[in-house]
Ligand binder design. Sequence first.
Ligand code: NAD
Length: 454
Amino acid sequence: MLKVPKVSDVIEKQRNFFGTGKTKDISFRIEQLKLLKKAIVDNKEAILKALQSDLNKPEFEAYGSEIVFCLEEINNALKNINSWTKPKKIKAPITQLLSTAKIYCEPLGVVLIIGPWNYPFQLVISPLVAAIASGNCAILKPSEISATTSHLLSEIILKYFNPEFVAVVEGGVDTSQQLLEEKFDHIFFTGSGEIGKIVMAAAAKHLTPVTLELGGKTPCIVDAKTHLEYTARRIVWGKFMNAGQTCVAPDYLLVDRKIKKDLLEQIKKCISEFYGENPEKSPDYARIINQKHFNRLCKFLGSGEIVIGGDTNPSERYIAPTLIEGVGWQDAVMQEEIFGPILPVIEYTELTEAIALVNAKPKPLALYFFSTDKQKQQRVLHQTSSGGACINDTVMHLAVLDLPFGGVGESGIGSYHGKAGFDTFSHQKSVLNKSFLVDVKLRYAPYLGKLKLL
Ligand code: NAD
């Protein structure tokens, strides 16, 4: 039987490796990023298979959102690492005669990355790219719920990387808690707000900084002045991809009552265009991750009135793309993040009402607004707060690597993707470098009579 190393031993070995200074070398980081790219490319078939086994993730979705996404992150880091790591010159004030001021980005040390099950590959590997680019050693703890992907990640990382630099520790809650007892230099957690609080409390014991990539109820507001066909298509895509198990999927629709009927018709049309008359038979529609989540979601189907979909098949953990109406904020479906293919529809009369409804809830991870009215677009952006937002689309802000991705308030702390990820795993060290050519005595005691010179 394979001997599983003790968590504390893995960390200690990584600390020693970090202490050698090897990871500070930019050429080492470049080499390791290239190795990660090779590991992904070499194993892409196996990764797709694992995602299919865990979530019945359609190959096209998995390829784009998990594999290509990570490769893009790596390419972007490789392209920019020299400029990201270059010390940044800052203009020193005249009082600091003959000196230079610079910001140096230095790695933090040994970091812990804890992942969720919904994009189980991307959400561990994408932060890893940032951790490597900024010169850290990393321990990855993938979700035990997406078990096939977790095992594969462990195999791949072990095959390509020195565990003193990057290692996977597999396991569930106990393993995660065991890891959290240890001291890390940063903890990067993606998951629910409830567990985020546990992570933050554990990190506080060591004064470890955290990035918390959490979830929440992402509103999708649809104004009467919109392109109905494109709006419906973009909502259906963002909501039902991965069967709604996406942290930035629209959680509920707020729609101007004047167009509600037309929008619902378009959405219905779109669902059958995407997944056929019976989405259960579609190769492009994922399944619910496990029985617990399937049961949780089925309970939501009892709220309000089902206007589209509603079919389920427990043996397959299938839930049809579903829209419900007539739900109230007190219903369970509106109290927690849905995280499945159920979309409640709430109508409004004035935009002010929709904005007030959004602002009455915790700040979401994303917000979507569909309207051709530029003034209303600005109003929604200025009068609401969310981790990120799209105007006239859903989810796609994630595809712009230079847009930092993260939450605000209850949807998270910190951000990553592209340069934001590099910054997350770096310490910005401010350095003033003085010359010995002159030494103005003004600041030194005795101070008598010097005050009037200032
Ligand atoms: P989760 O919080 O249940 O689990 C996440 C990780 O924490 C797993 O690796 C798990 O093993 C670990 N964990 C679970 N219980 C723990 C405990 N008591 N102590 C320590 N560790 C523990 O989340 P999930 O169900 O895997 O993912 C769904 C949630 O993640 C949703 O809320 C979703 O919105 C959010 N999410 C956010 C993002 C983002 O980028 N912001 C992305 C994906 C998912």
